[in-house]
Design a protein around this ligand. Sequence first.
Ligand code: HEM
Length: 66
Amino acid sequence: MRLTGGLGPALTPTSLAERPIPALVATILQGRYGTPMPGWQGMLDEQDALWIAQQLQRGFPEVKQP
Ligand code: HEM
């Protein structure tokens, strides 16, 4: 809800600044094997994942970053 992590890592603009967009898209679609991060391929297409990755790097305005 706040994107600051817990079960997963923080998904704040600061923590994602160095991540290439295609890597974020791949993580969102395929998940990370061997971690709790599931793949969302069945629910999201490439465009959706790209949009989410860009929003996360920019910072959703409604989420207060610590
Ligand atoms: C649509 C919902 C979700 C999105 C968009 C999302 C997105 C992401 C992204 C972009 C990363 C990579 C972060 C990085 O490279 O630093 C990540 C990692 C991770 N996520 Fe998610 N996530 C979602 C849901 C979840 C859920 C439901 C869980 C656990 C139940 C989870 C657990 C994790 C974990 C453990 C990692 C780190 C994997 C590793 O160690 O490499 N995520 N997530």
